[in-house]
Design a protein around this ligand. Structure first.
Ligand SMILES: [Mg+2]
Length: 379
């Protein structure tokens, strides 16, 4: 089998819908075509038009090449070799960041192709199911008042979720407001629901973003028993992460902005976090996410992939979490944006708080081509 064409299709919700301040408002879908008629899909949760340029760029020189033309004619089954080819062929301008994001979307599409060709779900190709079911956490934005935080938490508890994450939004306020939001959320959830809080490294006049400033806040939050605190610091502050992780009983999570096994090695070894959150559409794809999960496993660290865009990233993450021994939760984005809600013919199903694992081939999803055309935004 040979790759014949790579399409990078930016999508964006229409402007008559108010732009939300999170990454599910746009995206870029990757379609990889083959000479056998099998089409694989991937997604990249990054800067869509930059990703498109990296895939479509003509080559400049040996280690400064566009990703698309590098993989035309390659066999999708040779995905490890293709990954290294793309990584080395983009060294001059890549190694981390958006080039790895773009590679991730292509890599996911290759896994989709191979699964479809073999008529097997990706989790089986990753080595098989380590668990029969995957607990999903409802992932939503933190509102700005305690009353709204109470209602938002209650809403997802009533829908059967046993784990809920609230992040960003209201956490841009001062420490007193953050504590009140967390208190209200715990009051709504009761003692038996796991609550995850994503501070989203948002600085304000009241709290600069450094470990010393975050420490008293996180100490104060311990009484509300969060399951984890996510990204309390900037991604580069590895020493700060370690200080926080060593001084609180709450798990510290991070890594959605990290790429490759090399980046995660630093986050794990220097940062000392309790949970890593590679995003399969950014960290280097499923091929790299598997290696990152194995690296974490060798340090007895849990891997909970970050997933906040369309249903494609959720499907890919579900296969990964199913197949890794140190997986536990699936991030299930409940954002009500068209990109999240409409890109699949039928969404990943969550029932009684658990995501349903599919045995359909590849990613096991069907793309809504009408929605893809409707939200396509090439400029
Ligand atoms: Mg986050």
């Amino acid at each position: 089998m040979k790759i014949t064409k790579v399409e990078a299709i930016p999508v964006r919700q229409k402007n008559d819908v108010q732009l939300n301040n999170d990454s599910a408002q746009d995206g870029i879908i990757i379609k990889v075509h083959t000479d056998e008629g099998i089409v694989g899909y991937g997604e990249v949760d990054s800067a869509p038009w930059v990703v498109k340029a990296i895939i479509e760029s003509p080559s400049s020189h040996r280690i400064c090449r566009g990703l698309g033309e590098m993989i035309i004619g390659e066999d999708p089954f040779e995905m490890e070799r293709i990954w290294e080819k793309m990584y080395v062929g983009s060294q001059f301008y890549g190694r981390r960041g958006v080039v790895i994001h773009a590679m991730s979307g292509i890599d996911i599409a290759l896994w989709d192709i191979v699964g479809k060709a073999l008529n097997k779900p990706i989790y089986k190709l990753l080595g098989g199911a380590q668990r029969g079911k995957v607990r999903a956490y409802a992932s939503t934005l933190m509102p700005y008042t305690p009353e709204e935080a109470y209602d938002e938490t209650k809403k997802w508890v009533e829908q059967g979720y046993t784990a809920i994450k609230l992040g960003w939004g209201g956490f841009e306020q001062g420490n007193r407001e953050i504590i009140e939001l967390v208190r209200a959320s715990r009051e709504a959830a009761g003692p038996n629901v796991d609550l995850l809080f994503d501070l989203g490294f948002i600085p304000s006049d009241d709290h600069p973003i450094d470990a010393a400033s975050r420490m008293p806040l996180i100490k104060e939050l311990e009484q509300y028993k969060p399951y984890w605190i996510e990204e309390p610091l900037f991604a580069d502050d590895y020493d700060g992460y370690r200080k926080l992780a060593e001084t609180t009983t709450i798990r510290i999570a991070g890594g959605e902005n990290e790429t490759t096994r090399y980046g995660f090695r630093q986050l794990i070894e220097q940062g000392g976090v309790d949970i890593i959150q590679p995003d399969v559409t950014r960290c280097g794809g499923l091929s790299e996410a598997k290696k990152i999960a194995q690296l974490a496993h060798s340090h007895h660290i849990t891997c909970v992939p970050h997933a906040w865009s369309s249903g494609i990233v959720i499907a890919a993450s579900l296969h990964l979490v199913t197949a890794i021994p140190n997986g536990s939760l699936l991030e299930y984005c409940v954002a009500e944006t068209p990109i999240r809600q409409e890109m699949l013919q039928s969404d990943i199903v969550v029932k009684d708080g658990y995501a349903q694992i599919t045995d359909k081939p590849g990613l096991g999803i069907e793309i809504n081509e009408d929605a893809l055309e409707k939200y396509r935004c090439d400029r």
